[in-house]
Write a protein that binds this ligand. Structure first.
Ligand SMILES: NC(=O)c1ccc[n+]([C@@H]2O[C@H](COP(=O)([O-])OP(=O)(O)OC[C@H]3O[C@@H](n4cnc5c(N)ncnc54)[C@H](OP(=O)(O)O)[C@@H]3O)[C@@H](O)[C@H]2O)c1
Length: 347
């Protein structure tokens, strides 16, 4: 018997009924092998997630037409994460179609892109208020997109609740806006752009999701549900689009500094939009922290978000996370109400 095997049997005796090792050598060996298999599986999964998150490069953006005259369409492009997608995709060599409501911010951004990356990169602006669900506005956006060779679509536009609120107290207009902006806009933009990508046999569609979509989030029920929709929708669409060489990805984000998150200071868990978007664009095609999460087509690319997502997959006890999130949202609501009161007194 090898010394290692002898040592393992000695150690194992602590965990199995007395004398079992000697009396049932096959049982104890089988249990030992099973234990080793479980440990090896966990080690393999962990190394796989770490390699994707910290070492392996994602698919090159050139595969989707960067520097070849292709366009990237970014919704919610005037601020936050969408603004960064626009700048970084322009830097990578895409012409950019900037889509949002605010004419001045979009014009300023288009000018910035022209100054930094022109004349090889063009930027166009298209105004639309997705909350209105206007057919005419969608038709004019479709007319602008039709002649373009669109290589990348970033369905980034999104809105959340003004503050965490029980569903029964949520206004109908807030519910309608969230559904129109988070779900309907993504579906309409995808319907507009995907046929061209399929014809050209190349394309990348990024749908901005949220941890609120994978952990049901009390007091943000409509937002949480809308992001869960995007997660499932993206998984299904990814399978349909793959044979046409079109990659569909659902991007799972925890907090990022922005107007929507109301977080102004970056921290290891809350990146600035530029660092966040850099991680997304450098990990295209890799699941990173979402690997083994039963959410095919989802990527959690930013390193701390990836580790959190993977840890949550390992723990797998959703009720625990739902309870924790509920507690956090109760606290945020109390603070938000106090701030509202203070602001009202100042006026
Ligand atoms: N920040 C986070 O912590 C976080 C976390 C998880 C997921 N996400 C997701 O990331 C995405 C971007 O979030 P963000 O934090 O960058 O948000 P943000 O800073 O609030 O920016 C939102 C963008 O969407 C545009 N927009 C808002 N309502 C619109 C409407 N009705 N029609 C057209 N455009 C509209 C805004 O521009 P205009 O006002 O000019 O229209 C702006 O460009 C969202 O899908 C969000 O759910 C964010």
């Amino acid at each position: 018997m090898s010394p290692v095997y002898e040592w393992a049997l000695d150690e194992w005796e602590y965990f199995v009924p007395h004398n079992m090792v000697n009396e049932c050598p096959w049982t104890s060996t089988t249990l030992m092998l099973l234990g080793a298999l479980v440990v090896a599986r966990l080690a393999f999964k962990t190394l796989y997630v770490l390699a994707q998150t910290f070492v392996l490069p994602g698919t090159s953006l050139k595969k989707f037409g960067a520097t070849k005259g292709s366009w990237a369409v970014v919704t919610g492009a005037s601020d936050g994460i969408g603004r960064e997608f626009s700048l970084q995709l322009a830097a990578a060599g895409f012409n950019i179609l900037l889509v949002a409501r605010n004419r001045d911010s979009l014009a300023t951004l288009a000018e910035e892109i022209g100054t930094k990356y022109g004349p090889s990169v063009n930027a166009k602006v298209q105004l639309i208020d997705f909350s209105m669900n206007h057919e005419a506005a969608y038709q004019s956006l479709a007319a602008v997109c039709a002649p373009l060779d669109i290589g990348v679509l970033v369905n980034n536009v999104g809105r959340s609740h003004e503050m965490p609120t029980d569903y029964v107290d949520t206004t109908q207009s807030e519910i309608d806006d969230i559904l129109a902006i988070n779900i309907h806009a993504t579906l309409r933009m995808t319907s507009m752009v995907l046929p061209g990508m399929i014809n050209r046999k190349r394309g990348l569609i990024l749908n901005m999701g949220s941890f609120a979509g994978s952990v049901p989030s009390p007091m943000l029920a409509t937002y949480s549900g809308s992001k869960a929709f995007l997660s499932t929708y993206s998984s299904a669409l990814a399978a349909e689009a793959k044979p046409h060489n079109v990659l569909v990805e659902h991007i799972n984000a925890f907090y990022v500094v922005s107007k929507m998150s109301k977080l102004r200071k970056p921290s290891p868990l809350v990146p600035l939009p530029n660092n966040y978007v850099r991680s997304v664009l450098s990990k295209v095609g890799l699941a990173c922290g979402a690997a083994f999460s039963d959410r095919p087509g989802t990527c959690t690319p930013f390193w701390s978000h990836a580790l959190a997502d993977y840890a949550m997959t390992l723990v797998g006890w959703k009720v625990l996370f739902i309870g924790y999130t509920h507690g956090v949202h109760r606290t945020i609501r109390k603070r938000a109400l106090r701030k509202k009161e203070r602001d009202a007194k100042k006026q």
